[in-house]
Design a protein. Structure first.
Length: 554
């Protein structure tokens, strides 16, 4: 026990040392304290208000799934489970981030595995997030104040149980990922899946609220469905702790014991598996690295035998190995799927997703040299001129964009069936052309912004980390690309406005298809040429900037 308490004291000693060393860390911690206070106070006010409402008696929960008491129970369990699931899922983004209290940092001290794991668990329970969580869940007890003293008492205990469950599941998830995901390719795939899951999780409430089943259901059916969902979730680690006060309120001792058993089994399982992961990681430490054999020239064999071809081959090799940029290429497909689910059969709403897809495709290239990092110095040493560099990069991104949008266009054409109707087909082709135009304008603009508006990016080994420094640039520069892309479509917008003014937009909208394509090609050529000139003028300055960015990633 003394060793575990020492680990807790070490956690706080390291925290205070970091705050004394860095002013910015102190400022960030103050903002975190302010956010914690707002969360706790806001929860207390909401719980006091809810607790003052005229709730039905606990016995009504056994009679109706949509009464006041049953509704409070269902919403508490559903929201509580969502909070636990979200917090635990976000831990995936911390994988590989090198926490100060990582188990591998204690490998030299000879601490027994179980003692070390128990100490790390206690240190997790004593941090600012855990303390905020316990206070927040404890103050939610105010909503149960009219349900009797036993309910209030078990609610205070369940607050600790909830945070213990969060910490246990989080540490298990990180331990499993650290132990099982070891190769670079595995880590890259892991990060991409995690990002997709996070985006889906953020969009899930919107998809549920916009579903037809929810809109057509009666209040009684919605209440019954929510109660059924809450009952099912209450028998999982995510909702069991929030069910405990309601078990006491209705006097169901068997259910109370059952839900506590679910929590206890979860804690024991997480602790045992975390200890196994720690022991397994120690056994494989120092093992020989797996030999990697690369046959052939790879992308260099498939690209033109020229300076720009070599740049293209180097870029496509980087893209295949860089999870930071690979994630950005997956996002457009996800947004198309989200548009499709929310369109409710409106094909034009589905086709508009191609504009969003084209808009997002080159967002990584808008800061492409920062993603290259110190690797760009090879080009400078080799004397590659700016125009050849820009042409080599444009070749890859235009190929990706056209392939992307053509495949998506064919898939959407088959799904919507718009190819059967001439007018719908023309509208579909218009949106497809606008998607290509946006993509080409974006790539052209990216070749300019990547030479003058550089900002730090995360390390390739830690895609979810936030590099320190130049916070204003990191927040503002991406918007220059995002908004500037549509500014470059101004010629197409002017033609569309003229057609609307003369009243011919409904019959001559097809004119916008070739105009949008020409607009995109023109801006692509202009951006490539201008980006090459700027790269020649700022090449040494860019190398110096990239060198400073690399120091921020450590």
């Amino acid at each position: 026990m003394n060793t575990a308490l020492t680990i807790v004291r070490m956690r706080w000693a390291l925290t205070w040392a970091t705050l004394r060393k860095s002013v910015w860390q102190t400022v960030a911690y103050i903002f975190a304290l302010i956010a914690a206070v707002i969360t706790v106070v806001g929860t207390a006010m909401a719980a006091w208000f809810i607790g003052g409402l005229d709730h039905a008696g606990p016995q009504d929960a056994m009679l109706a799934d949509y009464g006041p008491f049953a509704f409070l129970r269902s919403m508490t369990i559903a929201l509580g489970a969502l909070i636990i699931f979200t917090v635990v899922f976000i831990q995936l983004m911390l994988f590989g981030d090198g926490s100060t209290m990582s188990p591998r940092k204690f490998a030299l001290y000879g601490i027994p595995d179980r003692t070390l794991q128990f100490g790390l668990l206690l240190s997790g329970m004593s941090g600012l997030p855990a303390i905020t969580g316990m206070l927040t869940f404890a103050l939610w007890t105010l909503s149960y104040r009219n349900m009797g003293a036993p309910t209030v008492a078990i609610s205070l205990i369940s607050a600790i149980f909830s945070v213990l469950t969060i910490v246990s599941l989080s540490k298990l998830l990180i331990a499993l990922c650290t132990t099982l995901v070891t190769s670079k390719r595995g880590k890259a795939l892991f990060y991409m899946v995690t990002l997709l899951g996070f985006i889906v999780l953020c969009e899930l409430p919107s998809l549920v609220m916009s579903s037809d089943a929810l809109h057509t259901a009666t209040p009684e059916e919605r209440g019954a469905g929510l109660a059924m969902f809450a009952t099912a979730v209450s028998w999982t680690p995510f909702g069991a702790s929030f069910q405990l006060p309601f078990d006491v309120a209705i006097g169901d001792a068997a259910a109370l014991i059952g839900h506590i058993a679910v929590l206890a089994v979860t804690w024991v399982f997480c602790f045992a598996l975390c200890t196994w992961c720690l022991r397994h990681e120690r056994k494989i430490t120092g093992a020989a690295a797996r030999a990697v054999t690369i046959a052939g020239l790879g992308a260099f064999k498939r690209m033109p035998d020229s300076i720009s071809g070599a740049v293209s081959a180097r870029l496509i090799t980087y893209l295949k190995r860089d999870p930071r940029q690979a994630m950005l290429f997956i996002m457009p497909v996800l947004f198309v799927a989200i548009f499709f689910m929310q369109a409710r059969g409106e094909s034009m709403a589905i086709w508009s997703s191609l504009i969003t897809a084209g808009w997002l495709l080159a967002i990584a290239e808008s800061n492409g040299l920062a993603y290259d990092g110190r690797g760009f110095a090879m080009e400078v040493i080799a004397g590659v001129d700016g125009l050849h560099d820009r042409i080599g990069r444009v070749r890859i991104y235009v190929g990706i964009a056209l392939t992307y949008l053509v495949v998506l266009g064919v898939v959407l054409m088959i799904i919507t069936g718009d190819w059967r109707h001439p007018m719908s087909l023309m509208f579909a082709l218009l949106f497809w052309a606008l998607g290509i135009a946006v993509a080409l304008c974006g790539i052209g603009l990216a070749e300019v912004t990547s030479t003058v508006l550089l900002y730090p990016v995360p390390s390739m080994d830690k895609p979810f980390s936030s590099p320190q420094g130049r916070a204003v640039a990191q927040g503002f520069f991406p918007f220059v690309y995002l908004f500037g892309t549509f500014v470059l479509l101004l010629p197409t917008g002017i033609v569309a406005s003229i057609l609307a003014i003369i009243g011919s937009i409904s019959t001559m909208f097809w004119l916008l298809i070739p105009i949008a394509i020409i607009n995109g090609i023109g801006m692509l050529i202009l951006g490539t040429w201008l980006g090459g000139k700027l790269l020649d003028a700022r090449m040494l300055s860019i190398v110096s900037t990239l060198d400073s960015f690399a120091s921020l990633q450590h």
